[in-house]
Design a protein around this ligand. Structure first.
Ligand SMILES: C[S@@+](CC[C@H](N)C(=O)[O-])C[C@H]1O[C@@H](n2cnc3c(N)ncnc32)[C@H](O)[C@@H]1O
Length: 375
């Protein structure tokens, strides 16, 4: 087991997570298998249970472990360890910090937080998930975590926290988190916020105290990394005026054909393609992703209003287009590639994001509304 965890920590580091000595120690000391004792879904759809072949190897791999599925859709999991590590590093937890986590899931991330010295309150909307997380934390002998059942939109009323971490994809931040993230040494709110069909993780700061739920303070954020979280239930995923379309399945799209030739001899690598994707989401509210018929994998597209056509931008800069407005969409897609090139291919971390209160007046959320290139 010691070897397994040592290799696990090395793998997380190799996959690009910045592991401080404290974070390494946290991943090395918390027994992840005790948080998935009811098993997890393998890629082929079967379930791995404790004792089954390869169980511990998967537990100590750098993989997400899907622990609950509803109607074929994953609804709870232990996130990918390197993503957890990057998010925990961005949270910059200090010993003694009060941390609010939204999305208790298995309880494993909360246990890592306590290993970093935090006192954790973690909220999950599913009662059975809450019960399992409590049992897992007890089984692992973890103290200092309170698991609360409820919609994370409310945070924990009448309490305050030094840090907030959200481990489920949202359309925007709850004003309650801004109000509750009030502390003499406030840290960032680390949160995956929908953008062009994905969930880049943002580190969000509030310039003024968020003591008013209406929130007059200036709320800004920077991208920490890309991610593909499952989406939250309830008002946290409300549609809002700046929302991008949801990704569409391949079967929804009409035939796409070449509209502009490839632009680069060497295709963008996956990181650069995500940077272009992020910029496309800044410059077009129609940016999202889809499996374009006849092509493998997921592609950045500008989806038309019909939801069946538009224009796709491939990693080599080629534009494919289809549907009734294919010419307009192809021109917009080519314009985005031009603009990204002219701006010297900014990475997603180069954008300063301003968030504003929007959405339903009874359950508003704070969403990205303006972007500036700052480096
Ligand atoms: C990716 S899992 C969280 C992983 C978890 N932090 C861990 O270490 O295992 C996402 C969780 O968010 C929960 N969730 C979804 N919508 C929510 C909401 N509105 N409020 C609170 N939790 C929510 C789901 O029930 C699910 O358990």
């Amino acid at each position: 087991m010691t070897d397994l965890r040592r290799r696990y920590v090395e793998r997380i580091r190799r996959d690009g997570a910045p592991l401080s000595p404290q974070l390494s120690e946290a991943f090395a000391s918390v027994p992840r298998e005790l948080f998935v004792t009811e098993g997890f879904q393998r890629r082929d759809g079967t379930w791995a249970r404790p004792g089954s072949a390869g169980f511990l190897e998967r537990v100590y791999s750098n993989d997400v472990l899907v622990t609950k599925v509803d109607g074929g859709v994953p609804v709870s999991s232990s996130s990918q360890p390197s993503l957890m590590a990057i998010m925990l590093a961005a949270l910059a937890v200090q010993p003694g910090d009060r941390v609010l986590e939204i999305g208790a899931g298995t309880g494993y991330n909360a246990a890592l937080l306590t290993a970093l010295g935090a006192r954790v309150t973690t909220v999950d909307v599913q009662d059975d998930v809450v019960a399992r997380a409590r049992a897992a934390l007890q089984r692992a002998g973890v103290e200092g975590v309170r698991v609360v059942a409820g919609d994370g939109y409310a945070g924990v009323p009448n309490e305050h926290f030094d840090r907030v971490i959200v481990t489920v994809g949202v359309a925007g931040l709850s004003p309650h988190w801004l109000a509750q993230a009030e502390s003499p040494r406030p840290g960032p709110i680390v949160v995956p916020v929908e953008h062009a069909g994905t969930h880049p993780v943002l580190a969000v700061h509030c310039a003024a105290s968020g003591s008013d739920v209406a929130g007059p303070g200036v709320v800004t954020g920077r991208v920490v990394c890309s991610s593909g979280f499952m989406t939250a239930a309830g008002p946290l995923t409300a549609r809002h005026p700046g929302a991008h379309p949801h990704p569409v399945p391949a079967t929804a799209l009409t035939a796409f054909r070449p509209a502009a030739p490839s632009r680069w001899e060497h295709s963008l690598d996956s990181l650069a393609y995500r940077d272009l994707w992020y910029a496309a989401g800044v410059w077009s509210t129609r940016a999202t992703h889809a499996a374009v018929p006849g092509r493998d994998g997921s592609t950045l597209i500008l989806l038309d209003e019909e939801g069946t056509g538009g224009a796709a931008i491939l990693p080599d800069g080629m534009v494919l287009a289809g549907g009734a407005q294919e010419r307009e969409y192809a021109a917009a897609a080519a314009g985005i590639v031009d603009r990204w090139e002219a701006a010297s291919r900014p990475p997603m971390q180069a954008w300063r994001i301003t968030l504003a209160r929007t959405g339903d007046s009874a359950t508003p959320i704070w969403c990205p509304t303006a972007w500036d290139l700052v480096d």
